[in-house]
Design a protein around this ligand. Structure first.
Ligand code: ATP
Ligand code: MG
Length: 336
């Protein structure tokens, strides 16, 4: 059986961008394919500590998994849920892959450049985490890795490292499919990228310092509505969809389409030419706050125990699969 694998760092509460770009699409894929694919959903807790953890890491880990359940994830025997640090083979494979990745290719990673801003004080984890990500994927022979657009470069890196390793040591790894096909598989036209509400040229990120830039999944519906109402737009006189010239207003149309599960063209058609930006903002604010109230009510109904049980089962499975693959790698490089 082929494998679909995904994860979301648990360094803080998630944003609306994570929800629309990663959680929802993954839950839809999983529910659609869990009879014919292995579905691996893991919480990359080792990735979480490359930046400052906001809140308590254990709480964040449990909450992150609850998010999937709230978003509608259905569990069956093919759905495996685990914490990365509970499967030690991930770190060990990361080391071996480090010796098969180059400084040059790693230095070109956009996420690294953005997160380190060239500072000498940036930690090595920020530089190296794409290799750990490659290990996460390759240990489980994942073909599909549904992630947001910002992570595509890391999937390409994973493919390069896997091909290099296979060439050097023999066919050990399944090379995940190329990113264009990943997008196709996710059933979306383009990778999803929700923008920052204050600086709509950038993507919305949970680690952005500015509060008004991002909607957090634990924002009260009122607070979230206010953030939408004060989102940066433009000084044109009417609503048009164009991310290049009007990223702010386009982002609001985009969020509305994703939240209401309506084709973007339909939303654009409805609002195109509207001269009162406030009207569109009010509509989006309503969609966002409605989604949050429902989401938060469901979240509070899931117990920690339920989540911990899923982890225990998933980690047993993940360790078995990962240890087997790790041994094959160790043999290939003559460590065994
Ligand atoms: P950080 O600032 O800590 O990097 P992040 O918001 O970028 O946080 P990640 O943990 O890096 O979140 O990514 C989790 C998942 O969410 C990934 O699949 C990523 O592609 C997706 N994602 C992140 N931001 C967005 C966004 N603005 N729009 C769509 N998807 C997103
Ligand atoms: Mg990120």
């Amino acid at each position: 059986m082929k494998t679909i694998l995904t994860g979301i760092r648990a360094n803080s509460v998630l944003t609306l961008g994570n929800y629309l770009g990663a959680l929802l699409p993954m839950v839809r894929l999983s529910n659609k394919y869990s009879n014919e694919y292995n579905i691996n959903i893991f919480v990359p807790d080792l990735h979480s500590i490359i930046s400052e953890v906001d809140g308590d890491l254990q709480e964040n880990i449990i909450r992150t998994l609850k998010y999937y359940l709230v978003a509608g994830l259905k569990i069956n025997e093919n759905v495996h849920i685990y914490r990365q640090s509970h499967v030690p083979a991930h770190s060990e494979l990361c080391w071996i892959l480090n010796c098969n990745a180059t400084m040059g290719e790693m230095g070109r990673m956009t996420q690294y450049k953005e997160k380190s801003e060239g500072k000498a004080s940036a930690n090595v984890g920020v530089f190296d985490y794409p290799v750990l990500m490659a290990a996460d994927i390759l240990l489980h022979d994942a073909d599909y890795v549904p992630l947001g657009e910002d992570q595509f470069q890391h999937i390409e890196l994973t493919r390069n490292v896997a091909e290099r390793f296979n060439h050097r040591y023999g066919e050990v790894f399944t090379v995940p499919v190329e990113t264009a096909k990943q997008v196709e598989f996710m059933g979306v036209e383009k990778p999803i990228r929700v923008r920052d509400l204050v600086n709509p040229e950038k993507k919305m990120s949970k680690s952005t310092a500015s509060e008004n830039s991002k909607i957090m999944l634990d924002d009260t519906p009122e607070k979230a509505a206010k953030k939408i109402m004060s989102a940066t737009t433009d000084s044109f006189s009417d609503v048009q969809f164009d991310f290049e010239t009007r990223p702010g207003i386009s982002n609001l149309l985009y969020i509305e389409a994703l939240l209401t599960d309506t084709p973007l063209t339909e939303v654009v058609e409805k609002w195109q030419g509207e001269t009162r930006y406030g009207e569109l903002k009010k509509q989006v604010a309503e969609s966002v706050s409605g989604m949050l109230s429902e989401f938060q009510a469901k979240l509070s109904a899931i117990s920690d125990e339920e989540v911990l049980e899923l982890f225990t089962e998933g980690e047993k499975y993940a360790n078995e699969v990962a240890n087997k693959k790790l041994l094959a790698v160790q043999k290939a490089v003559h460590l065994r």
